[in-house]
Design a protein around this ligand. Structure first.
Ligand code: IMP
Ligand code: MG
Length: 190
């Protein structure tokens, strides 16, 4: 395939869905909403879900002025493909216990809800004082498992998106915007 023959940019992005400015403004609104819901004398403990949420998490914490602690957890539900397996595995557990904390799970995207339902169940069992969820993106039309999400950045249609932490076969996480990749591929190295 000849890249020059297509009108697509070098990053292989067909369309920009959310610009960096749109995301930045929404992230500040979400940070303010999270802070409003926790009393100022309490820490907010953010649990970022690796890898996809790392960019959102970094921007979210820097938009917050409340007392914040944070930790990361890595789960896998997708492999390198674009179809959910319905299976969730913990690849890296938390370093800090959740008992008595006001916890906010920070996700990149809620698709079928499989990953988040699992996370909420296992984290709730660790005794947090409260447990809420923030996600940058949500695809409500794809939901197979009902989940409660208190803070949603953007609801989007059923399209596979990349950028701002989200990948397609490990690529595109570095893009400062959210876009649609040229074509989804399961093939490593594509
Ligand atoms: P769920 O378990 O089906 O809700 O899937 C959640 C996970 O799938 C997310 O945390 C992402 O890692 C991945 N995912 C779902 N949709 C997309 C997408 O459009 N682009 C990139 N990753 C996605
Ligand atoms: Mg994820």
């Amino acid at each position: 395939m000849c890249a020059d023959a297509t009108p697509l940019g070098p990053a292989g992005i067909a369309e920009v869905l959310l610009t960096a400015d749109q995301i930045g403004e929404r992230v500040r609104e979400l940070a303010a909403a999270i802070e409003r819901d926790v009393s100022p004398d309490r820490d907010v403990h953010l649990v970022g879900i690796l890898t996809g949420a790392f960019v959102f998490m970094a921007d979210l914490v820097r938009a917050m002025t409340a007392r914040v602690t944070l930790d990361f957890m890595a789960v896998s539900s997708y492999g390198t493909g674009v179809l959910t397996s319905g299976e969730v595995r913990v690849l890296k557990d938390l370093d800090i216990g959740l008992a008595g904390r006001h916890v906010v799970i920070v996700e990149d995207i809620v698709d079928t809800g499989t990953t988040l339902a699992y996370l909420q169940e296992i984290l709730r069992a660790r005794g947090p004082r409260s447990l809420r969820t923030a996600t940058l993106l949500s695809k409500p039309s794809r939901r197979r498992v009902p989940v409660t999400v208190e803070y949603v950045g953007f609801e989007i249609d059923d399209r596979f998106v990349v950028g701002y932490g989200l990948d397609q076969a490990h690529r595109f996480r570095n893009l400062p915007y959210v876009g649609i990749a040229r074509e989804p591929s399961d093939l490593p190295g594509q």
